[in-house]
Design a protein. Structure first.
Length: 333
């Protein structure tokens, strides 16, 4: 039953013995407080009638992000990937939670990217997460096109292999200060050429005294990586303090961010801020190329899907060797 009150646009609905008040204009109903004699009721009524009240949107960033967390696409991601996604998504939610996602435009995506231009990885992560949210919004039929589609990601500096002087400085600093986690990450990185996420996931049961078994987080590829002699010596003398080679406790490894922060501290101490952890992977590949390993042999260690990056390592090693031989031909007059 619907009853019209004396106040313009106000109607009531009675359901199961309870009376509900609504502001009705055309076919649009907006719920009002339950006591028509209260100040709260008057304020809500006049706010709606004067246009000062906006109907609460159901298509907010907050709602979309919460919904995305429940999708198989998100739940099927590896734990560390979900953690990386959450870091950016929560940043988006903090800044835009109550805003209407359907109002998002391409210029807004570009502005969000450019706000983090000084940290290009964070800027690109912002574009990627907005694009993922947009695809989910399309699935929910909130929008029909992805506003992040085609937005260019920023280019950062290329990863570089660490020069020998910085490698020696890093090792010396860790040794002098008894930095076990930092040393283990470094030895595994230089020795196996794997990414940091794979290094911290390595367990003692994966090491048989000659090989380390790795299922790469990024590619899901299983590798048996032969350990060079220096890495075998290090591992054979490293106390086994838990299930993981880089162990926080008996059953828990060390988080990626913790290792990144620890390594950053060492890099700052030795003046190696220009060289990042991922550069150890490049260092391993370049060292293999300089030692005469074939492209396929390097690929068997690093696990790259294609030979394009491997060729880059070989070109760098060849350039260094050719430069040395060319300079040796010079005679001083």
């Amino acid at each position: 039953m619907v009853k019209k009150l004396a106040r313009k646009y106000v109607t009531t609905k009675v359901s199961k013995g309870r009376t509900y008040y609504y502001f009705r204009r055309g076919e649009t109903y907006e719920r009002l407080p339950s006591d028509p004699d209260s100040q709260e009721f008057d304020e809500a009524y006049w706010a709606i009638r004067s246009g000062r009240s906006k109907k609460k949107t159901k298509t907010t960033f907050e709602t979309l992000i919460v919904s995305y967390y429940q999708t198989p696409e998100f739940k099927d991601r590896k734990p560390r990937v979900r953690q990386e996604y959450r870091r950016t998504l929560e940043l988006i939610r903090e800044k835009n939670g109550a805003k209407d996602f359907t109002k998002l435009r391409r210029r807004d995506v570009i502005a969000a990217r450019d706000a983090y231009a000084e940290t290009w990885r964070k800027a690109n992560a912002m574009v990627e997460m907005i694009s993922i949210l947009s695809r989910h919004a399309i699935d929910l039929e909130w929008i029909t096109t992805n506003p992040a589609s085609g937005v260019k990601k920023l280019k950062g500096g290329e990863y570089q292999p660490w020069p020998d002087a910085k490698l020696h400085s890093y090792e010396a600093h860790c040794l002098e200060n008894n930095l076990e986690w930092e040393t283990s990450a470094y030895m595994l990185g230089i020795g196996t050429g794997q990414r940091i996420g794979d290094l911290i996931a390595m367990q003692w049961e994966h090491y048989d005294g000659e090989f380390i078994s790795v299922v790469q987080e990024k590619t899901a590829t299983r590798l048996w990586v032969a350990c060079p002699s220096f890495l075998r010596r290090y591992l054979d003398n490293l106390p086994r303090k838990g299930r993981f080679i880089i162990a926080q406790s008996l059953h828990k490894g060390v988080a990626k961010r913790t290792i990144q922060q620890r390594v950053m501290s060492v890099r700052e101490k030795i003046g190696a801020q220009a060289f990042v952890i991922h550069g150890w992977r490049y260092t391993a590949a370049v060292h293999l190329a300089e030692a005469g390993a074939s492209d396929s042999e390097i690929q068997a260690v690093t696990g790259h899907k294609t030979l394009e990056m491997v060729k880059k390592y070989r070109n760098q090693a060849n350039q260094k060797r050719l430069s040395q031989s060319a300079q040796a031909r010079r005679t001083r007059t």
